[in-house]
Ligand binder design. Structure first.
Ligand code: NAD
Length: 368
């Protein structure tokens, strides 16, 4: 792979290779863009079989974090890291402390959090070596389980969409089909039920479906039925790519708003949804509640403040809908525009402050 070419493609700032023979650490940190602030993003531990595979993954994920933070109004940039290894076999205190020392050398340009394959315990080990870590456990000033905040953000995004489509943000009496009753989906059902929404639910685990039926009066359906149920709002809270060529013609909802990542199989499916009159709440904006919550640790975690910030996902989704109308583009494109406009605005502001540490880097991004 031509690494510099790859970095130039989407204007990545930095790619850091970390190697420690003593602990067996092989890790890569990618910093995409720090215009808005230090790059924050999780550390993924995965048994990558090739270096190229890991580089492609870490770059893609880091860039995604830039957009997510920018569109969420956070003063953070985008970054991510990957550690080579099997999370069930290769973890040790020494490994994560070694990684923590590498993060420390970046002086706060990158702040690490949890991701697939890493846990609060790993974050605690990293914390011994550096303060540039969030998602440590509650006893160390951490913010705890992000899922209730993710669910709250999804509810806020739903309200913004409901206002646009139905003329009222209230979800009372709306029918919401929830796919996946895991950490986020179940919390979301509780919030929606409290608001008087009617629920249709499914999961691969029948017990949790029964529990939701009992607790919220939800109507249970089979996993392969949920996407075709007539409803006001479809909330994908399980896996990605559920909007694809196969499912698109069968959808019978007015709004799609859920926590799952990469809901659209391809970006072009956003256009297809718009053509069919289905309003799509872009995934990385509506599911940012967990990120907003964990980022609050950087100021000394305050749950009330974090909650207030998560509530603003309503405003972010409203802004995206406004940009979508202004530019005549689908909402997934409008979300990217919102992120890039914010970065461009701050970037040009930074140019006025010649002393800004990232002034040089920002200048490069005038055309973002
Ligand atoms: P989870 O693993 O706790 O729950 C997922 C649930 O979906 C499980 O109960 C699983 O049985 C169910 N499921 C899987 N495939 C299904 C299918 N085909 N049909 C019906 N149900 C199915 O995960 P989570 O933490 O609740 O996250 C849900 C989604 O939201 C994921 O895509 C995740 O990446 C995304 N997300 C989560 C957070 C968070 O704070 N947890 C933040 C941002 C994004």
């Amino acid at each position: 792979m031509q690494v510099f070419e790859k970095l130039a493609e989407y204007r990545y700032e930095q790619l850091v290779f970390c190697h420690d023979k003593a602990t067996g650490l092989r890790a890569i940190i990618a910093i995409h863009d720090t215009t808005l602030g230090p790059a924050l993003g999780g550390c993924r531990m995965w048994p990558y079989t090739t270096e190229d595979e890991a580089i492609v993954d870490v770059l893609r994920l880091a860039r995604g974090m830039t957009y997510k933070a920018a569109a969420s109004g956070l003063n953070l940039g985008g970054g991510k890291s990957v550690v080579f290894g099997d999370p069930h076999r290769d973890k040790s205190e020494a490994l994560f402390r070694s990684f923590g020392r590498y993060i420390e050398t970046l002086g706060g340009r990158y702040i690490v959090a949890e991701d697939v394959g890493t846990s609060t315990e790993d974050a605690n080990f990293i914390r011994v070596e550096t303060s540039h870590v969030v998602g440590v456990d509650v006893t160390r000033g951490g913010s705890g389980d992000p899922s209730p905040f993710t669910a709250l953000g999804v509810r806020q995004g739903m309200r913004a969409c409901a206002e646009e489509v139905f003329g009222t943000a209230s979800l009372e009496g709306r029918t919401v089909a929830v796919q996946g009753l895991g950490h986020v989906g179940y919390h979301l059902c509780r919030l929606l039920s409290e608001e008087g929404a009617r629920l249709i639910v499914t999961d691969l685990h029948p017990e949790v479906v029964k529990q939701a039926a009992r607790e919220f009066g939800a109507k249970p359906v089979e996993p392969d039925e949920i996407l075709v149920m007539p409803c006001d709002i479809l909330a994908p809270c399980a896996m990605g790519a559920i909007v694809n060529d196969g499912t698109l013609p069968k959808l019978r909802c007015s709004i799609i708003a859920g926590s799952a990542n990469n809901i659209l199989h391809e970006a072009s499916h956003g256009e297809e949804l718009a053509k069919r009159g289905i309003l799509y709440a872009p995934d990385y904006v509506i599911n940012a509640g967990g990120l907003i919550n964990v980022a609050d640790e950087l100021e000394g975690y305050n749950e009330r403040r974090a909650t207030r910030r998560v509530m603003r996902i309503y405003d972010s989704v409203k802004s995206i809908i406004a940009i979508s109308k202004r530019d005549g583009v689908p909402t997934n494109v409008a979300a990217d525009t919102l992120a890039l406009e914010r970065i461009a605005a701050i970037s040009s502001m930074e140019r006025l402050h010649t002393g800004h540490p990232y002034g040089q880097l920002s200048r490069r991004r005038e055309t973002l």
